[in-house]
Design a protein around this ligand. Structure first.
Ligand code: CMC
Length: 399
């Protein structure tokens, strides 16, 4: 009774209305607040795109300066939080560190918790909301960089607020404790920034749906970000960029591509970096990423042996009727992993490079939900298919 629609995995259910991102999966269109992703990738940058997603319009000059200043001045983490991060083992997955640090941040920020400050905290006090927004965006890069430093067993590097968002992140990750002598190549910082623009939001993907689902309970935004990061961690979502490289390494050579394709068709393996719930012709982001990849390979100069395998695999899949019938095309993760690999990041760090920019989208959707003033707790229904009523059997009488 009261059950209206059965829709496993929400394949066909709109859970909310939104003004943030528009996708036309048939045409391969992606727009944020009306601006095409191609224009944002070419002309904007990540922090401006984040502002656009969160506040609805491009910032004017003074808003832009203030926004950048605030975020870069919120990149520092407290000593306590750094100590907590250091408790992780060097071989911990960086995504697990990222998620658990955001979860811990909730414990460090009681002033951000509606359970303690009143459930209408963010409806009544927009400055409290804006403060959490710049803190989360600022700290995301430092949490990510520290997770990388743990991964390579090196001490943390303090952020530099005079650098750009991605320059500072590269600086904190790569810097080998030679004070002020190291500065990342601005062309690589720009390439990473374009990747960040491309990953900033993608409407109701699994992790953003998690943000609105968990956020609807009115928990603090740090906890909701942690939950979203956990959703992104999975190999069907943000973990796919890592899975693509592991898959290409497993295939090993162009000669082994046909056998792998046959394996996918007989369902022995997934072709990671292919397929999308919404895009059924082309993922507009994968075309732009391909161009970024070429730029990065040119700057780095080293030849990436897996590229040949990647190209042969993509061509073989696109030419195969099995993949054509199922409308499977390369998605954003197919090329991004190769770029991250060329940039020298460890494989298991790749999903973190997806998570940092996606924080902008998570926040935009959280803010939209709270600002709407009509939030209701997310609570899907189910179809019960279990046992009918039965009576309890004491342990000694059970077979
Ligand atoms: N390799 C092999 N078969 C596939 C793949 C794939 N990558 N993707 C879909 N299929 C098959 C699927 O088994 C199904 O076959 P059938 O109809 O015979 O049962 C058919 O194609 C239709 O796909 P679907 O399962 O209805 O697609 P979905 O919308 O449920 O899943 C997806 C979308 C992205 C989870 C899926 O395509 C997939 O698992 N891809 C590989 C992982 C990946 O690259 N994820 C990154 C997605 S883009 C960035 C992000 O959101 O994080």
């Amino acid at each position: 009774a009261g059950l209206r629609v059965y829709d496993p995995a929400f394949m066909n259910t709109a859970a909310l209305s939104s003004k943030i991102t528009y996708i036309d999966g048939e045409k391969g269109t992606l727009m944020h607040r009306g601006y095409p992703i191609e224009q944002l990738a070419e002309k904007s940058d990540f922090l401006e795109t984040a502002y656009l997603l969160i506040y609805g319009d491009l910032p004017n000059k003074s808003q832009s300066e203030r926004w950048r200043w605030e975020i870069m001045h919120h990149t520092f983490l407290s000593d306590d939080l750094c100590r907590l991060m250091q408790a992780h083992r060097y071989d911990a997955h960086p995504m697990a560190i990222f998620a658990s640090t955001f979860s811990a941040m909730s414990a460090f920020a009681p002033e951000a918790n509606p359970a303690l400050q009143g459930q209408n905290l963010y409806i009544n006090d927009k400055s409290a909301m804006n403060k959490q927004i710049v803190r989360i965006l600022g700290k995301a890069t430092t949490v990510a960089a520290n997770a990388m430093r743990i991964r390579i067993n090196r001490p943390f590097v303090l952020p530099r607020s005079d650098l750009t968002y991605t320059e500072n992140m590269l600086y904190m990750m790569d810097h080998m404790n030679e004070p002020s002598s190291y500065r990342p190549d601005p062309r690589l910082a720009k390439a990473l920034d374009v990747l960040f623009v491309l990953h900033a939001d993608h409407e109701m993907n699994c992790s953003t749906a998690t943000m609105t689902h968990v956020g609807s309970s009115l928990v603090d935004p740090y906890s909701a970000i942690a939950a979203s990061a956990c959703a992104l961690y999975g190999p069907l979502h943000g973990g796919a960029n890592e899975a693509v490289i592991r898959m290409l390494q497993g295939i090993g050579s162009v000669a082994a591509v046909p056998a792998f394709i046959e394996g996918v068709k007989s369902r022995k393996a997934l072709l990671f970096g292919f397929g999308h719930r919404i895009y059924k012709n082309t993922d507009p982001r994968s075309k732009i990423i391909r161009e970024v990849a070429d730029t990065v390979f040119e700057i780095i100069g080293a030849k990436e042996p897996l590229i040949e395998v990647a190209i042969a695999l993509k061509d073989a899949a696109l030419a195969d009727p099995w993949f054509q019938e199922k409308k499977l095309y390369p998605n954003v993760d197919y090329w991004s992993g190769l770029v991250y690999k060329a940039l020298g990041f460890p494989l298991d760090f790749f999903p973190v490079l997806f998570a940092v920019p996606r924080v902008a989208g998570w926040i935009a959707h959280w803010k939209q939900l709270i600002d709407s003033g009509t939030n209701k707790i997310a609570r899907p229904r189910q179809l019960y298919i279990g046992e009918k009523r039965r009576d309890y059997v004491p342990l000694e009488s059970r077979e």
